[in-house]
Design a protein around this ligand. Sequence first.
Ligand SMILES: Nc1nc2c(ncn2[C@@H]2O[C@H](COP(=O)(O)OP(=O)(O)OP(=O)(O)O)[C@@H](O)[C@H]2O)c(=O)[nH]1
Ligand SMILES: [Mg+2]
Length: 273
Amino acid sequence: MERRQLARQLSAIENGELQVVKTEGLIVAITGPPGVGKSCLVDGILHRLAPKHKVAVLAIDPTSPISGGALLGDRIRLSVLDDAEKSDSIYVRSIATRSSSGSIPSIVSDLANHLLASNFDLVIIETVGAGQSEMRCAAIANRIIVVEGPSRGDGVQAEKAGLLELADLIVVNKSDLEGASKVVNDLTVSLTLTNDAPPIILASATEGVGLDELSEKILSLEERVSSRRARVRQQLLMAHENVLVRNPAFEAIIDRMSEEGLSIEDALREFDE
Ligand SMILES: Nc1nc2c(ncn2[C@@H]2O[C@H](COP(=O)(O)OP(=O)(O)OP(=O)(O)O)[C@@H](O)[C@H]2O)c(=O)[nH]1
Ligand SMILES: [Mg+2]
């Protein structure tokens, strides 16, 4: 398909003008703290999978609504896009999260499904693992890779962010820096109590370490029972919230709560009617 046409369709989906049907296919989220090396890892993966595989990347930009996603566009310079032989089978799009809207994850889900229907073999969602909306953007995927970096002495960040339960695979990046192998050890210890602990890969996106293994694994990642449960939980919460927000009476009920003192219990009862 022509790129410009695809871009137009994706914009229409973002604006709610085009309905999308669920499509079978592989959607992998790559999530983790800011600056841990997610984009560099994606670049490394694309270098290895393209042009054999057609890969689309949806980069969720958690920055300001004012930048309209421009910041992320600057932040990720995927070197693979300079490679003419590979760039033809790659499509990258960044999506700005607007703080007021709770529906970004469902838009991301629609975009990913449309890309699969447009013959991409794999859709990668890059999202910072912080905040509810970002976590839900990851949860719409079929598989989740959590990226962690060398410890700054304050424990495993992904663990604190509640991300570990979502992981089908953990990548500890920046293995060239001190402290990365300690994080692998810490993670291994804290995951010993889990009966289906995710595999851990030690990698360095800048040195090219672990990228062959990661690129191979991403195509056939096994789903963990507990990550599936964590994902489905997020999806259900999101669907439930969407039902509420899409109710035509939503704003009017909020008005009555703030202006007339309508109680939360009574408001919920009105939604049920
Ligand atoms: N030493 C070292 N630096 C790395 C490695 N991978 C990435 N970096 C550096 O870390 C910085 C952030 O990398 P990104 O790939 O943009 O990280 P990110 O997780 O996508 O960042 P956000 O999208 O802003 O959350 C860049 O300066 C990279 O060059 C690595 O393996 N080793
Ligand atoms: Mg990034």
